[in-house]
Design a protein around this ligand. Structure first.
Ligand SMILES: NC(=O)c1ccc[n+]([C@@H]2O[C@H](COP(=O)([O-])OP(=O)(O)OC[C@H]3O[C@@H](n4cnc5c(N)ncnc54)[C@H](O)[C@@H]3O)[C@@H](O)[C@H]2O)c1
Length: 303
């Protein structure tokens, strides 16, 4: 299948690596011609990960075409993954440029993290072919894709898009309603708020709270979500049994949860407590993070 990637920065490059590894032909577009080499570098970097995850064509760049012509890029493609910068007027201009060059059954998939489907649809004459398909960075590694259509979306398109990502080995979920930040980023944001609140209250330091998450619930969250985990915690009583047992405690913790902003106090706290990232080899840390996630995913698949 031909797949087009529009915008070949951080997210676009990673999508390119995945689509190619899954055996598809990819046409990548970016107005910046230097991105061609960056895509090739990203494909090479992703190769060992995609190999380990069992993709047949990892590292293959023969089926990649690069162009700085957006209209050329979309011709003949059924699925078009758009990863242009997070700027509504820029995305609208891009949609306007490509719309008349799209195949009649082409599907436009936007990776947007923060723009709403309604806002994006305003940039198209035919909004029925547009779906939000939000990946978690990096898309070639993290399985989650959040998929959102609405009343204007062509009937049957959302299930088709869910099937498309499943065919790539991803784990798509359907969002039934538009909400800022979709689901996963909102959950991260709420957790981080309480992390900062606890540190501000002097309950524990930021590095120790990171340790608590990575060595406690974070390990279980890579296996099951909280509903499943809590239902396992109540023996054969299920989730409602868990609530009978611990519901009042949770309500107490919820009512004492904090709200923070990134005011001067919060920023000072981060400066004082957070490890000096300048002293760390962040590229090496990212490499290790991705290597461990890859091993977890391989183990989940094998178990
Ligand atoms: N970075 C993340 O963690 C992340 C995660 C999920 C989703 N997203 C979403 O993915 C999209 C892209 O984000 P990114 O982090 O890859 O950005 P980025 O800045 O790394 O890449 C954007 C690319 O788009 C190119 N570009 C500039 N003008 C363009 C145009 N008119 N048409 C097409 N491409 C153009 C740029 O040259 C650049 O290569 C955004 O909508 C963002 O919300 C980002």
């Amino acid at each position: 299948m031909n797949i087009t990637v529009l915008g070949s920065g951080t997210i676009g490059q990673s999508w390119c690596a995945l689509f190619l590894a899954a055996g598809h032909r990819v046409v990548a577009y970016d107005p910046n011609p230097n991105m061609q080499q960056q895509i090739l570098d990203a494909i090479a970097r992703a190769q060992s990960t995609l190999d380990a995850l069992g993709y047949p064509g990892s590292g293959c760049s023969e089926c990649l075409e690069f162009t700085t012509d957006a209209r050329e890029a979309v011709k003949g493609s059924r699925f078009i993954q758009e990863n242009a910068p997070e700027d509504l007027s820029l995305k609208h201009a891009l949609y306007q440029e490509i719309e008349t060059a799209l195949d009649s059954d082409a599907v436009l998939l936007s990776s947007t993290s923060g723009l709403t489907l309604g806002e994006l649809q305003d940039g198209l004459t035919n909004p029925s072919r547009l779906v939000i398909a939000h990946p978690f960075n990096p898309p070639h590694l993290i399985p989650l894709v959040e998929v959102l259509g609405n009343d204007l979306t062509r009937s049957g398109l959302v299930p088709e898009v869910l099937g498309f990502y499943e065919s790539l080995g991803k784990v798509p979920i359907e969002l039934k309603k538009s909400v800022p930040g979709h689901v996963a980023n909102r959950l991260q944001a709420v957790l981080w708020q309480e992390v900062l609140h606890l540190a501000k209250e002097g309950v524990a330091s930021l590095p120790d709270i990171d340790k608590a998450i990575a060595n406690g619930p974070g390990l279980r969250w890579a296996v099951y979500g909280p509903n499943q985990l809590f239902s396992l915690a109540a023996g054969d009583q299920g989730l409602l049994g868990f609530i009978q047992h611990l519901g009042p405690s949770f309500e107490n913790w919820w009512s004492s949860a904090g709200q923070v902003t990134f005011d001067d106090d919060t920023q000072r706290l981060i400066e004082q407590q957070y490890v000096d990232v300048n002293g760390l080899d962040t590229e090496e840390m990212k490499r290790r993070r991705d290597q461990i996630i890859c091993q977890i995913l391989s183990m989940k698949k094998a178990t």
